[in-house]
Design a protein around this ligand. Sequence first.
Ligand code: FAD
Length: 456
Amino acid sequence: DTALMLFTRDLRTHDNPALAAAASAADRVVCAFVLDDTLLALSPNRARFLLGALTDLRGRLESLGGGLVLRHGDPAAEAVKLARETGATGVFFSEDVSSYASRRRARLQEACRKERIELSGHEGLTVVPPGALRPASGDHYRIFSPYGRAWLGQARRDPLPPPKLRPPNQRASDSRAAKQPPSSSGKSGPHSVNAERVIGRFTRGASPDLPKGGETEGRARMRDWLAGGLSGYADGRDDLAGDSTSRLSAYLRFGCVSPSELATAVTRETHGRSAEGAEAYIRQLAWRDFHYQLAAAFPELGWKDYRPRNTSWVEDRDALDAWREGRTGVPIVDAGMRQLRAEGWMHNRARLITASFLTRNLRVHWRHGLAHFAGLLVDGDLPNNAANWQRVAGTGNDTRPNQVMNPLRQAERFDARGEYVRRYVPELADLDTRDIHTPWETGPVPGYPPPIVELA
Ligand code: FAD
């Protein structure tokens, strides 16, 4: 018999519970991904990363004996159509938490029910599935500390190896399938759309310095990180210029790297040479899961205050534009915003500083910041983006919602020599370290604006 594995954002062959389950449930597995315009349109950077990830996934699946069928349209409708064409009796996929993913799942379930196809959802996007940990009272954890304790107490599991695959047989009886042209690889089988052609339309305007998508690249980075990066993480993670974080976020976002496999490997390191770094790092993976369970329990996280706060937001187009373009006149803020535009990624400390600046100094609503980040971040995902924005804005799960960051103090602490600013704001590159974070104090700098707001 045949099973259909519907990939979404679990674009890997290692430690993919849904793929492993499909391979053990059926003799043959049709692996598929459906290109969805609604998602592709959200961010040219993520579209480009996705293209790399799919190309890599196809190669990996072929080396396991299978292949990857690409379709274009509504994932639920296309998956069921493909299941019919190939005679698949079950559809396997990874459970997701966003409201978009929930609606997609509901459509898939309904379509499968009509066709008497079994739908089988699996974990795989987080280390601990959302909802698996619950507090004594309430349906989800609202505060990180108790969640983190419970999360750390969970046993880690060994990663699942990539399964052996056999490609599907074409069903001769299916006239629709018989009419389809052969796939681009030349082998017969269900037809596939050309990913480059479909995704290409959505990558215009992508950032110039994006990371390369895919499991192969993600695993190489994970290995390097575990071997070399982790030990310096505890001390270096907030140093803006040092760039001492793993940069695995986009690979986790698209599931090119398994969060569970990463957590198991890092947990092992908590007893080794890199113990301190490993302890700090594992907490970040717990934060990621914490936000997923938050988003699962509060699907409005992307547009509604989690903890409503009486704030008078200011509608200031000019200020918002200056912030987006990295022309606020506050060097540390501008450096972060320009890094985001150039790389589709921003250092976590800079994300905190720029988000705080927008919501606390400019008093612009967090939703505007969230939307800008969502359009550019290659790791952009709803649970982490929304939960972090709300946290900084004081409407989220922070236990000290009134705490405000002073961008100048932050700059002095985390970019003491001004290297981060010099890297991303070339107009200021020649300033003395003494002046680099406060250029207005020594008079105007050609080509660089004065601060758009007074920094008390
Ligand atoms: P590392 O420091 O190496 O951390 C390892 C992993 O832990 C990350 O890859 C990430 O998966 C997770 N992690 C680290 N910090 C956080 C955190 N604060 N919250 C949740 N998970 C975390 N992260 C995203 O993955 N997607 C987003 O859309 C996103 N939006 C953000 C928006 C704002 C306003 C802020 C302040 C933070 C946001 N973050 C987001 C969290 C964090 O900035 C990034 O995960 C991190 O910078 C990614 O770089 P890294 O992989 O080198 O991180």
